[in-house]
Write a protein that binds this ligand. Structure first.
Ligand code: DGY
Length: 418
């Protein structure tokens, strides 16, 4: 089987009927940002299926515009916390928090490849994307600061990043819900978040469920509140992609609103640059300061089109490459908190690399973009379509046969041909 066929076969094997699970058993439902990347992967060989991925995710959208982190299309005992813990009476059931909003970027990507034949599908999706971006504004930035708040580490997709350690200390470890982890039954516990982190993750879910998932109260009550540089950068990129869709499908008023959000975000995300650490950082919205931990999320302003510090960021990546460190580690390998094989505390993710490489390329830093892209392909080629990779010994870790890794391999494989 060729590499392309192998990647396509993973998407096909993880297809559960118009939506793709991230991997069998460990993640048995539809995840929000996974599906956005996976839709782009499908678009390399099956446009109908690419649109279906997005449409099925949007079946979980709430009336207020939230596109939840998980859509529980079919029951499974393989995952904790399942729908009963979230306690959200919807069909299909969903979780009650967002994930990084890659969806408008994915929709634009699929449309641009599909061309005129994709217009009807994109037109139907467009108002839902508009509603989703308005949700971010209303629910997570009601004071119009330009930065959206994150209330749960799961919302960032980077669950146990060391950037959350200090802010997460404020979250009590007591839970109403009994913790019955399933993840460590599927993969080695050494690759996964620690028990105390799960206690805090579930404390937050219990707290939010107690508000009836009221967005205003959640924002007021959450003891964890950060302006995640990753989420904000991805949202700024998504706003630009939404504006491109609005040029075709939207009203003049919508375009003006999106353009003014973009202008505001450009200014405030630029303010997340920390000169002493030479990196973009997350702001702790309770403690007030920038969180002094360099993570891969801090490269994502490049993907958002902020290029002022592109050369310095590229130089850090080049220096890691010269030392033989697999690109791009999720935590700075020189940080005390770096753990090369534990979830989001060191390993490399193909999806993050794809965004970083794209940002570098758009900033005109082709050599570093090529390094990140070819390194991603090397890791996947050597270790398989794993969930993530150890940047020190290049081992594939976490779940195997992972959908978004396969999707990114398809995208990077095509880009390498150009
Ligand atoms: C998990 O359960 O590990 C996920 O990352 C939550 O989205």
């Amino acid at each position: 089987m060729s590499r392309i066929e192998a990647a396509r076969a993973i998407l096909a094997a993880n297809d559960r009927g118009g939506y793709t699970v991230p991997t069998n058993r460990l993640y048995p439902f539809q995840w929000n940002w996974d599906s956005a990347f996976v839709a782009m992967g499908w678009a390399t060989f099956d446009f109908d299926r690419a649109w279906r991925e997005i449409e099925r995710l949007l079946e979980g959208q709430w009336e207020d515009g939230l596109v939840p982190q998980i859509v529980f299309h079919a029951p499974s005992e393989d995952y904790f916390p399942g729908p009963a813990v979230w306690g959200i009476a919807r069909t299909p059931p969903t979780s009650g928090i967002p994930q990084p909003p890659v969806l408008a970027t994915a929709a634009r990507f699929v449309l641009e490849r599909h061309g005129e034949d994709g217009i009807a599908r994109a037109r139907a999706i467009y108002p839902k994307l508009v509603a989703n971006h308005l949700w971010w504004q209303r629910a997570r930035d009601p004071d119009d600061t330009g930065l959206v708040a994150t209330l749960h580490p799961w919302e960032t997709g980077m669950d146990n990043s060391p950037a959350w350690d200090a802010a997460l200390e404020r979250v009590p470890t007591e839970t109403q819900t009994e913790i019955r982890r399933r993840d460590t039954g599927h993969v080695d516990a050494a690759f996964r978040p620690r028990g105390v982190e799960y206690q805090r993750f579930i404390h937050l879910v219990d707290l939010f469920r107690g508000t009836g998932w009221d967005a205003v109260r959640m924002l007021q009550l959450s003891p964890f509140k950060v302006a995640d540089v990753g989420t904000n950068a991805i949202l700024l990129r998504a706003e630009r992609d939404l504006l491109a869709l609005a040029e075709r499908f939207g009203t003049a008023e919508e375009r003006d609103t999106i353009a003014s959000r973009i202008a505001r975000k450009e200014t405030v995300i630029a303010g997340l640059w920390d000169e002493p650490l030479g990196h973009y950082l997350t702001r702790d919205l309770i403690g007030g300061g920038l969180i002094p931990v360099r993570t891969s999320a801090g490269f994502l302003p490049l993907f958002a089109g902020l290029h002022d510090h592109a050369a310095a960021l590229a130089e850090r990546i080049d220096a890691w490459r010269r030392r033989g460190i697999g690109l791009v580690p999720s935590t700075d390998p020189d940080a005390a908190s770096f753990e090369p094989q534990r979830y989001w505390r060191g390993p490399v993710w193909a999806v993050v690399n794809w965004m970083i490489a794209r940002g570098l390329r758009e900033a005109g830093l082709d050599a570093t973009a090529d390094s990140v892209a070819s390194e991603t392909r090397r890791l996947i080629g050597d270790a398989g379509f794993s969930e993530y990779f150890n940047p020190i010994d290049s081992a594939g870790i976490g779940g195997g046969t992972f959908s978004w890794t396969a999707a990114i391999d398809l995208l990077l494989g095509e880009e390498a041909q150009r």
